[in-house]
Design a protein around this ligand. Structure first.
Ligand code: DC
Length: 228
């Protein structure tokens, strides 16, 4: 059987990781792994259960979770104990709390276990904050995607507008900066560029140009693998 390929993409919120990873997955027939969706699912449940500020209870929740992601035509559907939470995990309320939940080391280790297991199943393109450094340090290609804060905020605002959620650009920017600070500053698995990751700023690019560049990089990696 041929070797399974893992492409790992990290970067701050709004850097275009999800769009790029989804497009790559669709183009190459790989499985798309949205690790942020997993942290969001735990955060949503913790808020709904009224335990978001109770760390031991959140850890217990993470340890017992039956979490499934289904990637279909570029859309990640999220299920916990069979209940679909795809829409609920993308609210401003979840955005405001998710970085606090994801800095809990025990929550991270539970989710990393699930992610590594998913990584054994086939060719995948994974995206998040620690997929290049902790989850898949052995990935065939590691990418650190960035964009300016203004561009990232406008992209997120556009996502909200598409869902008819009313929020100001300033509020979006504030949430992104706050999340950047917590995600990059936390002790366990902070967001950072892996030494051997390819850093790529896509502020001035359209999603199509971004995808073209990344596919080019992937092609090189696949070619090298073929020649091994
Ligand atoms: O990619 P996203 O915006 O959906 O991620 C939501 C949050 O989840 C993000 O602010 C930090 C956390 N996260 C993480 O800590 N590690 C990951 N691998 C993915 C996301």
């Amino acid at each position: 059987m041929s070797k399974k390929i893992i492409i790992a993409i990290d970067g701050p919120a709004g850097s275009g990781k999800s769009t790029a990873a989804k497009n790559i997955a669709l183009k190459l027939g790989f499985t798309y792994m949205d690790t942020g969706a997993m942290y969001r699912a735990i955060t949503f449940l913790a808020i709904r259960n009224g335990i978001a500020d109770n760390i031991p209870a959140v850890i217990k929740l993470a340890r017992g979770i039956d979490l499934n992601l289904k990637s279909e035509n570029g859309v990640t559907r999220v299920f916990v104990d069979g209940e679909e939470l795809t829409e609920q995990i993308r609210t401003a309320e979840v955005n405001a709390k998710v970085s606090d939940i994801s800095r809990i080391p025990e929550v991270r280790s539970e989710l990393v276990k699930i992610q590594k297991k998913m990584g054994e199943t086939g060719n995948i393109v994974a995206e998040g904050r620690d997929v290049t450094t902790v989850v898949f340090p052995e990935a065939d290609l590691k990418i650190y995607l960035t964009a300016s804060i203004d561009v990232r905020a406008k992209r997120r605002l556009h996502d909200f507008e598409e869902k008819n959620i009313s929020i100001s650009l300033e509020e979006v920017k504030e949430n992104l900066l706050k999340r950047d600070k917590i995600d990059s500053g936390r002790e366990v698995s902070p967001l950072k560029k892996a030494e051997d990751a390819l850093e790529f700023d896509n502020s001035a690019l359209t999603p199509e140009q971004d995808l073209d560049y990344l596919l080019q990089q992937i092609k090189e990696v696949l070619k090298k693998n073929e020649n091994k």
